[in-house]
Write a protein that binds this ligand. Sequence first.
Ligand code: SF4
Length: 352
Amino acid sequence: MAAAVTEWFRANRRELPWREVDRRTGRRDPYRSLVSEFMLQQTQVSRVIERFGRFIERFPDVGALAAANEEDVLAAWAGLGYYRRARLLHAAAREIVARFGGRVPEDVEDLRTLPGVGRYTAGAMASMVFGRAEPLVDGNVVRVVLRVEGWEGAADDRGAVGAVWARAEELVRASESPGEFNEGLMEVGATVCGPGAARCGECPLARMCVARRLGVQGSIPRAKKAAVRRRVVHWCALVRDGRGRVLLERAPAGALWAGLWRLPTWEGSRVTGAELGARLGVGALEFAGEVKRQLSHRTVRLRLFRGTSGVRAVTGRKWVRVTDLERVGVSNAHLAAIALAMTAGGSDGKTD
Ligand code: SF4
């Protein structure tokens, strides 16, 4: 199995910016790989491709990232969502400088001491960058291994996932090229053995796949229990001045998108446009629409009100040019809210 996956991966791998091999060292750059692993944890490859180059340009090495302030890191992360990862990556860079002399550690146990680096990321770095025979398991690997072995279980079933880790370890230990095998197994799951349709005719594992032989690909893994999401409503005010600027505030610690800039926001019980205006010291605001976002554990509705004002920004708030919004670090949800409130109003229902 390991040989089939490795051979297939060599012929079918997608060219991605973080897969480039450094000619001097003959391997991937550990810092770039670490950044890409953090970005890819909960974000699609296509979106990471759009943001990765810009982030590396802004912070070209681990020292530059460690020395940066948090606001700049969050701004460079804007558009990727799940901002906790940006903070953890920042903290990891500081630890690498403080404890490892600025070199990303090669050993799995050392890697796992870094903030935000769990078993998967440590295995990915150790195998794909440093060539060590360490396993990794992500959602793609769980699906492929369960199907190839014909094992039942849901993708979030601890017993099933534990069995997949054990199998992944056996396989990577038997592989001649641990990094290519691990990455190949994930790539099979990402491009051939998808969660919806399995394209068995193109799969390097077809000959040994139990699920294919039994015709049960569609029912492995078993469906997960639906996540219960809490519903929250945020009341947001878009206030503009006459100079193409909008009033923003910093989301406080513990709030959604903490540390990023957002429209002045209140959470909780219903607020009218007149009340929002009074809280900001401006006239009554008019309703402008709603933006809805599905996050991992909650559904957030941003109820938008808008108006214009000549007020000065008070402490904790500032005026920002509309053209600078992406640069200062505003969440995708609030960027969408601003765009909506500045146009005709209405609603969207995208997932962030
Ligand atoms: S043969 Fe089909 S079900 Fe089995 S691993 Fe390949 S794509 Fe998935």
